[in-house]
Design a protein around this ligand. Structure first.
Ligand code: HEC
Length: 145
Protein backbone atom coordinates (compact mmCIF):
# COMPACT_ATOMS: atom_id res chain seq x y z
CA UNK A 1 0.00 0.00 0.00
CA UNK A 2 1.15 3.45 -0.87
CA UNK A 3 2.24 5.69 2.05
CA UNK A 4 0.18 8.58 0.66
CA UNK A 5 -3.00 6.51 0.96
CA UNK A 6 -2.25 5.73 4.60
CA UNK A 7 -1.49 9.40 5.40
CA UNK A 8 -4.64 10.58 3.63
CA UNK A 9 -6.82 7.97 5.37
CA UNK A 10 -5.36 8.97 8.73
CA UNK A 11 -5.97 12.67 8.04
CA UNK A 12 -9.58 11.97 7.06
CA UNK A 13 -10.11 9.88 10.20
CA UNK A 14 -8.74 12.61 12.49
CA UNK A 15 -10.81 15.28 10.75
CA UNK A 16 -13.92 13.13 11.14
CA UNK A 17 -13.30 12.61 14.86
CA UNK A 18 -12.79 16.34 15.43
CA UNK A 19 -15.89 17.19 13.39
CA UNK A 20 -18.06 14.72 15.28
CA UNK A 21 -16.64 15.94 18.57
CA UNK A 22 -17.32 19.64 17.93
CA UNK A 23 -20.72 19.32 16.29
CA UNK A 24 -22.14 17.15 19.10
CA UNK A 25 -20.92 19.48 21.83
CA UNK A 26 -24.00 20.93 23.51
CA UNK A 27 -23.05 23.69 25.93
CA UNK A 28 -26.30 23.46 27.88
CA UNK A 29 -25.98 19.75 28.54
CA UNK A 30 -25.03 19.10 32.16
CA UNK A 31 -25.54 15.35 32.32
CA UNK A 32 -22.00 14.14 32.66
CA UNK A 33 -20.08 17.07 34.09
CA UNK A 34 -20.22 16.16 37.74
CA UNK A 35 -22.00 19.39 38.64
CA UNK A 36 -25.20 19.98 40.55
CA UNK A 37 -27.16 22.91 39.12
CA UNK A 38 -30.82 23.75 38.58
CA UNK A 39 -33.12 21.03 39.90
CA UNK A 40 -30.24 19.07 41.33
CA UNK A 41 -29.08 22.07 43.41
CA UNK A 42 -32.64 22.89 44.54
CA UNK A 43 -33.04 19.31 45.76
CA UNK A 44 -29.68 19.46 47.55
CA UNK A 45 -30.66 22.76 49.20
CA UNK A 46 -33.93 21.42 50.56
CA UNK A 47 -32.23 18.29 51.87
CA UNK A 48 -29.45 20.21 53.59
CA UNK A 49 -31.43 23.13 54.95
CA UNK A 50 -30.10 26.00 52.90
CA UNK A 51 -27.46 27.07 50.46
CA UNK A 52 -23.78 26.31 50.93
CA UNK A 53 -23.36 29.86 52.26
CA UNK A 54 -26.22 29.37 54.77
CA UNK A 55 -24.72 26.15 56.08
CA UNK A 56 -21.29 27.74 56.42
CA UNK A 57 -22.79 30.74 58.25
CA UNK A 58 -24.63 28.50 60.73
CA UNK A 59 -21.42 26.55 61.37
CA UNK A 60 -19.48 29.74 62.08
CA UNK A 61 -22.24 31.01 64.40
CA UNK A 62 -22.19 27.76 66.37
CA UNK A 63 -18.43 27.95 66.78
CA UNK A 64 -18.59 31.58 67.91
CA UNK A 65 -21.39 30.77 70.33
CA UNK A 66 -19.32 28.16 72.19
CA UNK A 67 -18.73 30.07 75.43
CA UNK A 68 -15.40 30.13 77.30
CA UNK A 69 -17.14 28.23 80.11
CA UNK A 70 -18.28 25.48 77.72
CA UNK A 71 -14.84 25.19 76.16
CA UNK A 72 -13.24 25.22 79.60
CA UNK A 73 -15.57 22.51 80.82
CA UNK A 74 -14.41 20.09 78.15
CA UNK A 75 -10.79 21.06 78.81
CA UNK A 76 -11.22 20.47 82.54
CA UNK A 77 -11.84 16.76 81.86
CA UNK A 78 -8.10 16.12 82.14
CA UNK A 79 -7.89 17.86 85.55
CA UNK A 80 -10.68 15.91 87.28
CA UNK A 81 -8.46 13.04 88.47
CA UNK A 82 -6.49 15.42 90.69
CA UNK A 83 -8.85 18.32 91.35
CA UNK A 84 -12.23 16.55 91.45
CA UNK A 85 -15.28 16.72 89.21
CA UNK A 86 -16.60 19.75 91.09
CA UNK A 87 -13.20 21.36 91.63
CA UNK A 88 -13.40 20.24 95.27
CA UNK A 89 -9.78 19.10 95.31
CA UNK A 90 -8.13 15.77 95.95
CA UNK A 91 -4.53 15.19 95.01
CA UNK A 92 -4.42 18.87 94.07
CA UNK A 93 -5.97 21.79 95.95
CA UNK A 94 -9.57 22.90 95.75
CA UNK A 95 -10.16 25.11 92.72
CA UNK A 96 -13.86 25.87 93.12
CA UNK A 97 -14.53 29.26 94.66
CA UNK A 98 -11.29 30.84 93.46
CA UNK A 99 -11.29 34.06 91.50
CA UNK A 100 -10.80 33.73 87.76
CA UNK A 101 -7.82 36.10 87.78
CA UNK A 102 -6.13 34.06 90.55
CA UNK A 103 -6.59 30.84 88.60
CA UNK A 104 -5.17 32.47 85.47
CA UNK A 105 -2.09 33.77 87.28
CA UNK A 106 -1.49 30.46 89.09
CA UNK A 107 -1.73 28.47 85.88
CA UNK A 108 0.49 30.97 84.08
CA UNK A 109 3.08 30.57 86.86
CA UNK A 110 3.08 26.78 86.48
CA UNK A 111 3.35 27.18 82.74
CA UNK A 112 6.42 29.34 83.26
CA UNK A 113 7.90 26.56 85.42
CA UNK A 114 7.65 28.50 88.69
CA UNK A 115 7.46 26.67 92.01
CA UNK A 116 4.40 27.73 94.02
CA UNK A 117 3.78 24.93 96.50
CA UNK A 118 5.71 21.78 97.40
CA UNK A 119 4.11 19.80 94.60
CA UNK A 120 4.36 22.27 91.74
CA UNK A 121 6.23 19.69 89.67
CA UNK A 122 2.88 17.90 89.24
CA UNK A 123 1.42 20.97 87.56
CA UNK A 124 4.35 21.87 85.31
CA UNK A 125 3.68 19.22 82.64
CA UNK A 126 -0.05 19.96 82.82
CA UNK A 127 0.28 23.70 82.33
CA UNK A 128 3.22 23.58 79.93
CA UNK A 129 1.11 22.98 76.84
CA UNK A 130 -1.76 25.31 77.72
CA UNK A 131 -2.48 28.31 75.52
CA UNK A 132 -3.65 31.65 76.98
CA UNK A 133 -7.10 30.81 75.59
CA UNK A 134 -7.20 27.43 77.32
CA UNK A 135 -6.10 28.94 80.64
CA UNK A 136 -8.77 31.64 80.35
CA UNK A 137 -11.49 29.16 79.38
CA UNK A 138 -10.73 26.66 82.13
CA UNK A 139 -10.54 29.47 84.72
CA UNK A 140 -13.90 30.78 83.48
CA UNK A 141 -15.41 27.32 83.88
CA UNK A 142 -13.98 26.85 87.38
CA UNK A 143 -15.72 30.01 88.60
CA UNK A 144 -19.05 28.37 87.71
CA UNK A 145 -18.49 25.44 90.06
C1 HEC B 1 -1.47 14.86 88.35
C2 HEC B 1 -2.39 15.62 89.17
C3 HEC B 1 -2.84 16.95 88.64
C4 HEC B 1 -3.44 17.22 87.46
C5 HEC B 1 -3.76 16.27 86.30
C6 HEC B 1 -3.77 18.63 87.46
N1 HEC B 1 -3.36 19.19 88.63
FE1 HEC B 1 -3.50 21.12 89.16
N2 HEC B 1 -2.49 20.77 90.86
C7 HEC B 1 -2.02 19.54 91.27
C8 HEC B 1 -1.22 19.70 92.49
C9 HEC B 1 -0.55 18.60 93.26
C10 HEC B 1 -1.24 21.08 92.76
C11 HEC B 1 -0.50 21.79 93.89
C12 HEC B 1 0.85 22.18 93.27
C13 HEC B 1 1.78 22.98 94.16
O1 HEC B 1 2.14 22.47 95.23
O2 HEC B 1 2.14 24.10 93.75
C14 HEC B 1 -2.04 21.71 91.74
C15 HEC B 1 -2.31 23.06 91.68
C16 HEC B 1 -3.15 23.66 90.77
C17 HEC B 1 -3.56 25.03 90.83
C18 HEC B 1 -3.19 26.05 91.89
C19 HEC B 1 -4.15 25.89 93.03
C20 HEC B 1 -3.88 26.81 94.19
O3 HEC B 1 -4.85 27.31 94.74
O4 HEC B 1 -2.70 27.00 94.51
C21 HEC B 1 -4.39 25.24 89.77
C22 HEC B 1 -5.10 26.54 89.39
C23 HEC B 1 -4.49 24.00 89.06
N3 HEC B 1 -3.72 23.06 89.70
C24 HEC B 1 -5.24 23.82 87.92
C25 HEC B 1 -5.24 22.64 87.18
C26 HEC B 1 -5.90 22.50 85.94
C27 HEC B 1 -6.74 23.57 85.25
C28 HEC B 1 -5.67 21.25 85.51
C29 HEC B 1 -6.07 20.60 84.22
C30 HEC B 1 -5.71 21.26 83.02
C31 HEC B 1 -4.85 20.59 86.52
N4 HEC B 1 -4.62 21.49 87.52
C32 HEC B 1 -4.42 19.29 86.44
C33 HEC B 1 -2.25 18.35 90.65
C34 HEC B 1 -2.78 18.20 89.37
Amino acid sequence: MNTNVIVTAFAIAVTAIIWVGTTTNNASWTGNRNVCVGECYEAWKSENGGTIADIERVKQEMLAAASPEALGKSYYGQCIACHGGKGEGGIGPMLAGQAQSDLVSKLSAYRAGEARGAQSSMMWPVAKGMTDGEIGNVAAYLTTL
